[in-house]
Ligand binder design. Structure first.
Ligand SMILES: Nc1ncnc2c1ncn2[C@@H]1O[C@H](COP(=O)(O)OP(=O)(O)O)[C@@H](O)[C@H]1O
Ligand SMILES: [Mg+2]
Length: 348
């Protein structure tokens, strides 16, 4: 198949996305596909869409080209109106499918998916609406409440609103503050006092208009992928220090991961069932990864969020879960294409 692996972009997760995209593109090429790696924002100026998929393609050169844009991204964003880079749509139109290796804003939030639907471009992962709802943790929470899916108690607040104390919010300290549409723990604060709450809101509002204040759940961090409505083995995530922040997520050696999670069988079943319930409640098509906390005091399970384009670097959590059921990275990439094509068959 002719496949464009779309990566990079302008979100806070650009760097991770480049690693995800490189891994996916290499795997698909190793499996015989005509796969090319393209930065959705910077595009590929020299590409001739007619011949871009030919054998002469050099992925190392593509990675160098994409990384050459990293340092002057801000100026480029300020000077441009269109998000799609040179030749991006032309290349995507010629592909049999576009593998979305994007993370975060303008990639994971449904906008690209909606545009591609209108352009008749096929892509991996879920549709625009479930992407948009899942991107916003406040909207996700509303759906979880509706469907009786256990999630930490929380309140959505907006920039410019009158500031309140934890008591005025009706929440007990400690609390967690996070931007509603962030990812990779960027802008997340743990607040033990009302001063820290005010500071946490400042941090979140620097990034976004709205923030979520949640009760802090002391316990174990778990995650579970759902592919084609099937829950995969759970990962127990143990940062060596602190919580699962950006450094602990991406710096090698900072976090231990255990898969399958060494937790009681009935807890595994409970989390997997909750993951599928959350998957269906949000209307996920194809695949997604759900983050959970298990409270230490009473082992109660809480669903934190749904990641509709979860990390796909060769050492990411979804590839780890797949490997436990005997699916290697190359087979996983193929599987994600296969399950993503189903949404087009339904329309036929
Ligand atoms: N209510 C909470 N209680 C305790 N820790 C939390 C809570 N919400 C988030 N965290 C911590 O912050 C991390 C990031 O939060 P999450 O909601 O998964 O957002 P994202 O991964 O999109 O940044 C979690 O993995 C967890 O370590
Ligand atoms: Mg998360």
């Amino acid at each position: 198949m002719k496949i464009v692996v779309l990566a990079a972009g302008t979100s806070t997760e650009r760097a991770v996305s480049i690693v995800s995209g490189t891994g996916i593109c290499r795997a698909l090429r190793a499996n015989g596909h005509q796969a090319i790696l393209v930065d959705i924002f910077s595009g590929w100026k020299e590409a001739d869409p007619e011949t871009a998929f030919d054998d002469a393609y050099d992925i190392d050169e593509a990675v160098r080209y994409i990384n050459s844009f990293n340092d002057h991204l801000e100026e480029e964003i300020a000077s441009r109106r269109e998000f799609f880079g040179p030749n991006v749509l032309e290349l995507c139109r010629r592909a049999d499918i576009v593998f979305l290796a994007l993370h975060g804003a303008n990639g994971e939030d449904g906008k690209v998916q909606a545009a591609f639907d209108l352009l008749g471009i096929r892509y991996t992962g879920t549709d625009y609406l479930s992407s948009a709802i899942s991107m916003d943790k406040s909207r996700t929470k509303q759906v979880f409440h509706e469907e009786g899916i256990s999630t930490p108690r929380g309140i959505t607040v907006f920039r410019g609103e009158k500031r309140r104390s934890s008591a005025e919010f009706g929440l007990d300290l400690p609390l967690i503050v996070k931007p509603c549409c962030g990812g990779s723990s960027v802008g997340v604060s743990i607040c033990h006092t009302d001063e820290e709450l005010a500071k946490g809101l400042d941090i979140a509002f620097r990034l976004e208009e709205s923030a979520l204040i949640e009760e802090f759940i002391e316990g174990d961090e778990l995650t579970c992928a759902v592919i084609d409505r099937e829950a995969y083995p759970i990962v127990l995530i143990c940062p060596k220090t602190g919580y699962y922040d950006y450094t602990n997520k991406y710096q090698a050696g900072c976090t231990d991961e255990f898969c399958p999670a060494p937790i009681p069988e009935e807890k595994t079943k409970e989390i997997q069932a909750l993951a599928i319930k959350a998957n269906d409640a949000l209307g996920i098509l194809g695949y997604a990864r759900f983050d959970f906390l298990m409270r230490r005091s009473d082992k109660k399970i809480y669903c934190l969020e749904c990641n509709t384009l979860p990390g796909m670097t060769p050492t990411s959590l979804v590839p780890l879960e797949a490997s436990v059921v005997g699916m290697d990275y190359v087979s996983l990439c193929e599987k994600l294409i296969e399950v993503s094509m189903k949404k087009y068959r339904k329309e036929a």
